[in-house]
Ligand binder design. Structure first.
Ligand SMILES: [Zn+2]
Length: 126
């Protein structure tokens, strides 16, 4: 067993997305070779890239308010305590619509984290 505090986890590279921070809270460095738990914080006015990939996301909103954007660009409001399942190959992103940081946990299979596109690809067509 391993117990960590998020404050002790360094920020990961978010590849130019200044409004988004990411921490790999639990993952391969902790011995998890199948599942990775990441913590994202999107600053006011920010968003994660609009993208898709061949693995799912299991998301839980931790703080702030925002929206999940689906393949039809439909925006669904989210607040702390909400959960989101994003299926493999489903286009999506998350946008902060409030004045405070919009924070969420995003779990992926290890191959998703290692692919380097888990939440950092530039939006298509933008
Ligand atoms: Zn994604």
């Amino acid at each position: 067993m391993k117990i960590k505090r998020r404050d002790d986890v360094p920020l990961a590279d978010t590849q130019g997305y200044a409004a988004v921070t990411k921490q790999v809270v639990l993952g391969p460095d902790d011995g998890s070779d199948e599942i990775v738990l990441r913590y994202f914080s999107v600053a006011a006015g920010g968003a994660t890239p609009y993208h898709s990939h061949d693995f799912p996301h299991l998301v839980k909103i931790e703080a702030g308010c925002g929206v999940a954007v689906d393949a039809d660009k439909k925006e669904s409001p989210l607040v702390a305590g909400d959960y989101v399942y994003v299926d493999s190959d489903e286009i999506h992103n998350f946008k902060n619509t409030g004045d405070e940081p919009f924070d969420f946990i995003c779990m992926v299979p290890l191959r998703g984290e290692l692919s380097g596109i888990s939440c950092e690809l530039p939006p298509e067509g933008e």
